[in-house]
Design a protein around this ligand. Structure first.
Ligand code: MSP
Length: 508
């Protein structure tokens, strides 16, 4: 039986159309999901939308529509965006889905019945845009510590979740699972800023607005949006009503999130799971932010385009590649169209595109596109072959430690050495000498075989391009297993005509 791998993105707020920052998380999660599928895992990749809360209610009111009408439009657009980015999610959850709503109500009731949720009065500060509660000391200047906007004083009857009860077990879990929170700096931040000062019970219901999941046994309350949202990772698997998918996929292997919401995923979420007596996720990775001109990507600043404009101009794989390659995973990075263009030109057009085009063109020119391997080898071949064969394990190690940008760079490095191999073996000189014909065929075989192996390894990152290359090669050897065998590329193959994979883009 295949090993399972359950990976999630945050469920995004559909308060406005998604931007390149949302694409960033979703593309990375997609490439990890695709990589795991390629290497034989039974993958469940989930994304979705977090549709309740005061912020959305307010946005809808401003737009003069109902909250549901408001979010429906954005979700339709989001699904279209994910389609244009080739996002291979297995499930898209909406927190307005009936199943989710009913299951959250059951979770809330279960926690109430067992005494983990109790009724009290909430008095404190609330940040509406972040949907988060703060104590006086945390927001001492009246500003939200996360986003810097004004917090407001709220006082309302509310239900509370006994977060404090789980503090010791939580710290023990961190200690026993050193990879639970990555990068490590984020774990220290959680301990120092939130856990060690002492966890307070969490307010988990609101009464001052209605756009949320009603507490079914006390319907003037709606469930706190983060409890509603975090539950998505299990309600989608049927919890607490059905256990087939839960048994198959839970616990999650990787919750991929932006660094600003690590806190919810490594404090509130594990404590909820402990209360529900469910196993905790294996890992939460908090990645850095993509910025524009060093600052926030923001609708109010109007500093970003619809990501589909980049796809239309440069192609889906140029956008995916840029998101995956440009920023060391875990750090902040800057998004710019100039950098996207320059990355596309250098790596995709020059290194990859040229190599494939030159190799297939020469095969047509010298051998009518028919692949043969007379094995007239020279020393220079060995370096190339061993670097291509080493790639599988190197990429695996990088991907297992989520160094996606480095995994890709390793593949690029091998592609560069293929281009160097062309310069060293000078096929055009060999072609002038009839006695070197078999050597020439061997050189071209080595190139085509290296390209095949790299194309398979590139498939999680730039799936369309990988497919185009394998189609040009016309090979049936496209499995992951086949990349351990340099020589699997079939002889006697009829190569298809080469295409231009990436046009060089003129800088603007
Ligand atoms: N709804 C909550 C998440 C609930 S998960 C149970 C939420 N939504 S959000 O719409 O604000 O999305 C935040 C997430 O979007 C970030 O954690 C990150 O994954 C992604 N990003 C949004 N802007 C981003 C950047 N500028 N850069 C990188 N990622 C960004 O929080």
């Amino acid at each position: 039986m295949k090993e399972k791998f359950y990976i999630t993105t945050p469920i995004y707020y559909p308060s406005a159309n998604f931007h390149i920052g949302h694409c960033y998380t979703t593309i990375i999660a997609d490439s990890i999901a695709r990589y795991k599928r390629l290497t034989g895992y039974d993958v469940y990749y989930q994304t979705g939308t977090d549709e309740h809360g005061e912020k959305i209610e307010k946005k809808a009111r401003e737009a003069g529509v109902t909250p549901k009408e408001y979010v429906d439009k954005i979700i339709e657009d989001a699904k279209d965006l994910w389609k244009s980015l080739n996002i291979s999610y297995n499930y898209f959850i909406r927190t307005t889905d009936e199943d989710h709503v009913r299951r959250v109500q059951k979770i809330f009731k279960k926690l109430y019945d067992q005494g983990d949720i109790y009724k009290g009065t909430y008095e404190g500060l609330y940040c509406v845009p972040c949907e988060s509660f703060w104590t006086e000391s945390q927001a001492s200047d009246g500003k939200c510590p996360d986003c810097g906007r004004e917090v407001k004083l709220v006082s309302e009857e509310a239900y509370f979740f006994k977060l404090s009860k789980y503090q010791d077990r939580l710290v023990k879990y961190y200690d026993e699972h050193p990879d639970f929170i990555l990068p490590l700096s984020r774990k220290n931040e959680m301990l120092n800023n939130f856990i060690n000062p002492g966890l307070e019970d969490l307010c988990v219901s609101r009464t001052s607005f209605t756009w949320g999941i009603p507490v079914d046994f006390d319907p003037k309350h709606v469930v706190y949006v983060w409890v509603d949202a975090l539950s998505n990772y299990i309600t989608s698997l049927g919890y607490p009503e059905e256990d087939t998918l839960m048994k198959k996929y839970w616990p999650a292997d990787l919750h991929l999130v932006g660094k600003e919401i690590v806190r919810f995923h490594v404090i509130i979420w594990p404590c909820m799971l402990m209360a529900l007596d469910l196993p905790l996720p294996h890992q939460v990775f908090g990645h850095g932010w993509l910025k524009i001109d060093g600052g926030k990507i923001s609708k109010s600043l109007g500093n970003y385009k619809d990501p589909r404009e980049y796809i239309d101009s440069y192609g889906v794989d140029a956008v995916r590649y840029y998101a995956l390659r440009e920023v060391p995973f875990g750090s902040d990075g800057n998004f710019s169209e100039e950098a996207l263009i320059s990355r596309t030109n250098s790596d995709l057009a020059n290194t990859l595109g040229n190599l494939v085009n030159r190799s297939i063109t020469m095969s047509h020119k010298y051998f009518e596109g028919i692949v043969s391997n007379p094995k007239v080898t020279e020393d220079v071949d060995n370096d190339l072959i061993s670097s291509v064969l080493a790639l599988k394990d190197i990429v695996e190690a990088k991907m297992n430690s989520l160094k996606v940008n480095e995994a890709i760079e390793e593949i690029m490095e091998v592609l560069r050495s293929c281009n160097k191999y062309i310069d060293e073996t000078t096929p055009w000189t060999l072609a002038k000498d009839e006695s070197k014909k078999d050597r020439l065929a061997t050189v071209l075989y080595n190139l085509l075989e290296s390209i095949r192996i790299c194309a398979i390894l590139l498939s999680p990152f730039i799936p369309d391009t990988s497919k185009k290359i394998l189609d040009e090669l016309n090979t049936k050897e496209t499995s992951y297993e086949s990349i351990s065998n340099f020589g699997a590329l079939e002889t006697g193959l009829n190569l298809n005509e080469p295409t231009i994979l990436f046009q060089r883009i003129e800088a603007k």
